[in-house]
Ligand binder design. Structure first.
Ligand code: ADP
Ligand code: MG
Length: 603
């Protein structure tokens, strides 16, 4: 049972090594790296053997008592080869270093690209974030792994060479050394398993610590940290988590020390055995003095090589857990990205239809949308109103295919949206999400989201979104860094400015369907009215879905849908709904009242 487990682990190690080697070999730089590394490692492995053979040969020559020209050749090899080897190592190491950096960049970008095509639903899951961090370890270590494989291969070659020399002396000694090493390696393997288990726990602690450091670094937390006086809470929590982590690290350290002790004991037994046998053979006249030094040198290298072969294997096998984690991570299905391949088209006659859609967020027991039905036309401006938690943002996220519906279907021109190519489908949208973000780039890049931009178009859009004054006021204009996170001279946008930037971003991208999820909550009603009027002009004949709490904006829309508890409870034009005297009328009147009260109190 145990045996099969070990064999399975061995097969898995081979399988995983192939997986990593294939990934590296697939890259041009990877092929070069593997070949050069293999060559230099073999040279560095075999040369020390020559160093331990030649002195013995010199002794044997000298014991013969006569001068021989061979002595000069031996001395030349011994004195010149280290210099040549140093030169060779120097040249190839810098080449390998460059290739290594190139490869690390290639793998980092591949990984980042993969993360960006993962389903939104997956990425949102905190467990997946931990998996991502774990997978990243192998990505960052890919070249270290290659070095290990090459080192392992070189050890095999070295052992074959040494074995063929020692076997001529005494095969029994070889067998004894092997037994000692096997015992040692089994013990080491157990220790390694424990170390890995602790490593897994440590990475969970790292994530907890990272959460606190993140809160300390982000300016958005800085205000509340001060006003709520969170210093004691945060440092206390940090200390608690750090102490728990340190405890584990000490355990890991202590366990690691054990490996050294096993090694030293094994070495002791082996030295006693080898020297007793070799000395007695010389005394019995069975072995020349020079040959004795060669054999002793070889045996100590043999045990060293067998040990490094075992260690190398265990070291490689130790990474199995991490490689498995990377494989699992790369195997997480990207359902959305790899779904349909139809090309969507959208114009004023297009129709979007939600048909009996029900949806629960992953891990939630409650429906965010339930038996939901709604139709939107291609040139329509639809306004969605409703209380918090009514399902408005969820509706937008489902339409944008950030999640997949549980029941029912969403159709675009009669075709289920999942049948369209994901990237092409998302190209249709110009979104401003409720939790819009700011990018750690310049203001211009924040809007354009590309490194090059069309200045005239950008100027026009900034004008329409009320950003021109801000751009003119900033010392470096569009080139000013947004946020002080990276650049001290960056500027910190106000909530309203942030929202205008997010709206400008959607307008610059453009698309057939504009999605605006309460993008003006932090902008005053007058400015909002201005933005929406401009927005209406910009999106003539386009489809726009606006979620707003400001009922004054609603009057600009063609149709209004009132959401409640995950369904549409009222639908029609502003006039129709207002005259109906239902939920909409109540909401509208309450807000009108609020504005009247505000005006009265102002006057
Ligand atoms: P609205 O935008 O109308 O305020 P949402 O669509 O954001 O409402 O939310 C609808 C329901 O889904 C709410 O009950 C909310 O708590 C829940 N919800 C929203 N986002 C998530 C999420 N990421 N995970 C779990 N539940 C969520
Ligand atoms: Mg919302």
């Amino acid at each position: 049972m145990k045996k099969t487990k070990d064999i399975q682990a061995f097969l898995q190690t081979i399988d995983f090594s192939k997986f990593i080697l294939k990934r590296v070999w697939h890259e041009k730089a990877g092929k070069k790296y593997i070949c050069i590394k293999l060559f230099i490692t073999l040279v560095n492995t075999i040369i020390p053997l020559v160093y331990s053979i030649i002195p013995g040969l010199i002794v044997n020559e000298l014991l013969d008592g006569a001068y021989s020209d061979v002595l000069i050749v031996y001395v030349a090899i011994l004195s010149l080869s280290p210099v040549l080897l140093t030169f060779l190592n120097n040249i190839l190491d810098s080449l390998l270093y460059k290739l290594r950096l190139d490869l690390e960049l290639i793998f980092a970008i591949q990984f980042q690209k993969y993360i960006m095509i993962m389903d939104y639903e997956t990425i949102e899951n905190p467990d997946i974030q931990i998996k991502k961090d774990r997978a990243q370890i192998t990505i960052d270590n890919t070249i270290v792994l290659i070095d290990k494989y090459v080192g392992f291969f070189a050890s095999i070659i070295k052992i074959i060479v040494i074995f063929s020399i020692i076997a001529t002396l005494n095969i029994g000694i070889v067998a004894l050394i092997m037994i000692l090493l096997c015992i040692n390696s089994l013990l080491t393997k157990k220790v390694n398993q424990k170390m890995h288990q602790i490593g897994l726990e440590l990475s969970k602690h790292d994530r907890g610590l990272w959460g606190i450091i993140y809160m300390l670094e982000q300016p958005c937390y800085a205000k509340e940290i001060r006003l709520f006086n969170l210093s004691t809470l945060l440092t206390g929590e940090y200390g608690k988590r750090m102490k728990a982590k340190n405890k584990l690290e000490i355990r890991q350290f202590k366990i690691g020390r054990k490996i050294g002790i096993y090694g030293a004991l094994g070495n002791f037994v082996q030295q006693v055995l080898v020297y007793s046998y070799a000395i007695s053979s010389v005394l019995a006249g069975k072995l020349a003095l020079g040959s004795m030094t060669i054999y002793i040198g070889m045996i100590s290298q043999f045990s060293g090589s067998i040990k490094s072969l075992f260690d190398g294997y265990l070291n490689i096998a130790k990474d199995n857990y991490n490689i498995q984690e990377l494989k699992d991570f790369l195997n997480i299905p990207c359902v959305q990205y790899r779904s349909g391949d139809k090309t969507p088209s959208f114009d004023k006659d297009s129709i979007i239809e939600f048909r009996n859609v029900s949806f629960k967020y992953p891990g939630s027991n409650n429906y965010a949308l339930k038996d939901f039905n709604l139709t939107i036309r291609g040139n329509e401006k639809l306004c969605i109103v409703g209380c918090n938690g009514a399902g408005k943002s969820t509706f937008i996220k489902l339409l944008a295919r950030l999640y997949m519906v549980d029941k029912g279907e969403i159709l675009l021109n009669g075709t289920n949206i999942n049948e369209y190519d994901y990237t092409e489908y998302q190209r249709l949208f110009a979104p401003v999400f409720q939790d819009y973000v700011r990018y750690y780039f310049s203001l211009g890049t924040n809007i354009v989201l590309a490194s090059q931009f069309d200045k005239d178009k950008l100027d026009r859009i900034c004008q329409e979104c009320g950003l021109t004054d801000l751009v003119n006021k900033l010392p470096k204009g569009y080139d000013t860094q947004v946020d002080k996170f990276i650049d001290e001279e960056g500027f910190e946008p106000s909530g309203g400015e942030d929202q205008r930037i997010a709206i400008a971003r959607a307008c610059y991208k453009g698309g057939e369907i504009y999605l605006l999820d309460e993008p003006t909550a932090a902008i005053d009603p007058m400015a909002e009215y201005e933005i929406y009027t401009q927005f209406n002009n910009m999106t003539k004949n386009k489809c726009a879905i606006l979620i707003t709490h400001r009922l004054s904006t609603v009057q600009l829309a063609d149709k209004v849908a009132v959401f409640d508890n995950g369904s549409v409870v009222e639908y029609g034009t502003h006039k129709e709904l207002y005259e109906k005297g239902g939920m909409y009328t109540e909401m509208f009147d309450k807000q009108a009242q609020f504005y009247r009260d505000e005006k009265t109190s102002e006057s």
